[in-house]
Design a protein around this ligand. Sequence first.
Ligand code: ZN
Ligand code: ZN
Length: 245
Amino acid sequence: MDYHLDTIPVIDALKEDDECLLCVIQQKRDKLYTESFLGGSVTSPETRVQVNEHGFCPYHFRKLYQQKNRLGLALITHTYMRETVRQLKSREKKLPLNTKKKLFAVKKGDEFRQFEEFCQWLENKHNECMVCKKVNEAMDRYIYTMLYLFRTSEDFRHGLQNSRGLCLQHLKRSVEIANEQFGAAGAAEWLRFIMPLMYKSFERIDSELDWFEKKFDYRFREEPWGTAEDSLVRALQKMVSDKFE
Ligand SMILES: [Zn+2]
Ligand SMILES: [Zn+2]
């Protein structure tokens, strides 16, 4: 896959001194794309077709619900539901609903597989998401840009050296993209650079969480928070790549 470079958002995100510079970009993209589905783009026929086909994951349906455009969301949900029911009927028709075969006879037979595929289709329906898809595509481009800057810009590398590293999911994707785009040697170079920053960052949050927990003890109630007050939020971001508000 070829990625286009888009350096400014990456350089700007690094300046924010966040637990993960990629989470900073992701949060902005997520907001932008989520809002776009209840804004102008929802009227474009092409987008409507895609939304009817794929819908949104529970996380993004919740975000859309929180925007309080109930009519807009009702229209989207309505056509998505109709399309899903149409697909459901056509899939159900193909199932061997009159089979007499018992479990011991056909444990992994065709019928078994057909029911499995039906469940897998329902599972995919639950996870498919137009916002996730757009965010993930954009994030791959920014991750590639970050790796490119790491390899080509002394300034950026220096900035990264003083950063707090990445969250676990963005670490994972950065290693995958480094491996794909710059080979195993590229992935190794990236890991040698980023892992010490990751550990340093986890150690810092570890001691901040110690203090966060102590603050619930009455003996420490009057002591200053220091930097620990938002340490739980930052620990969660590090672990699950989401900013809790
Ligand atoms: Zn992240
Ligand atoms: Zn989603």
